[in-house]
Design a binder for this molecule. Structure first.
Ligand code: PEP
Length: 257
């Protein structure tokens, strides 16, 4: 059987400036080192604002920290007259490993369609970045279509023409669970993760589907992470609010303790 290294990702959203970022990442690395955290038990990545990335890069490289990082979005374009946009080429130069794409806050507040999300996945791949592709249903979708239909449709749309072998992490984030304190049950997360993995198998074959990590996101905290991680198709978590609390996030990363 394929083993998928658990992945704990912290989405800081629009929080922590570059000075706060370096303090946080340094302390997180110390916490994990003190606890003798084994990177094979869980890979950890933070997703700070764009303006923090250069500082985080410098710190991580100087101290050879076992913390990865990425951006919260990127442009679908590589360069040109796109005021305010950030190219995947620039993120790659900052040694970002990952980039979050299609977060529900981008889909709703910035009107990102499935088409835009798909173009961003391809842009990430052009620059060697692994997309953390977010999909998830609203409360209304859940009521009307059940849990899986919308995330499955979003995944299919975003992966049209995409070579999954270039790297992919999928984050299942029910919109109603994000920042609400009302997490999905582990059983719900498992059900949708399994449906998403079946779609991956259809699109990319069994082997890639089995190797792709599927995260759950939505009100994850230290108290509920272990239950999610016990589900066979849930390979980690995308953590919002709780990723800003150093001790809470350190505990989430160390869910196996
Ligand atoms: C998120 O926004 O990706 C998220 C999961 O947020 P929270 O953990 O705060 O629900």
């Amino acid at each position: 059987a394929v083993t998928r290294t658990p992945f704990i990702a912290g989405n800081w959203k629009m929080n922590l400036d570059h000075l706060q970022a370096i303090a946080f990442v340094q302390k997180l690395a110390w916490n994990l080192a003190d606890a003798k955290h084994d990177a094979a038990d869980a890979e950890v990545a933070v997703f700070p604002p764009f303006t923090d990335l250069r500082s985080v890069q410098t710190l991580v490289a100087a101290d050879d920290l076992a913390v990865k990082y990425g951006a919260q979005d990127l442009s679908a374009k590589d360069s040109g007259a796109y005021t305010g946009e950030v190219s995947g080429a620039f993120l790659a130069k900052l040694d970002c490993a990952y980039v979050i794409i299609g977060h529900s806050e981008r889909r709703t507040m910035h009107a990102e369609t499935d088409e835009v999300v798909g173009a961003k996945v391809q842009a990430a791949h052009r620059h060697g970045l692994v997309p953390v592709l977010c999909v998830g249903e609203t409360a209304e979708d859940l009521e009307q279509h059940g849990a899986s239909a919308v995330p499955v449709a979003q995944l299919r749309a975003a992966l049209e023409g995409v070579d999954v072998s270039k790297g992919l992490v999928v984050a299942y984030e029910p919109v109603w669970a994000i920042g609400s304190g009302q997490a999905a049950t582990p059983e719900q997360a498992q059900q949708v993760a399994a449906a998403l993995r079946a779609v991956l198998a259809e699109i990319a074959g069994d082997e890639l589907a089995a190797a792709t990590r599927i995260l759950y996101g939505g009100s994850v905290k230290a108290a509920n992470i272990a239950a999610f991680m016990r589900e066979p198709d849930v390979d980690g978590a995308l953590v919002g609010g709780a990723s800003l609390d150093l001790d809470e996030f350190s505990s989430i990363v160390r869910f196996k303790k």
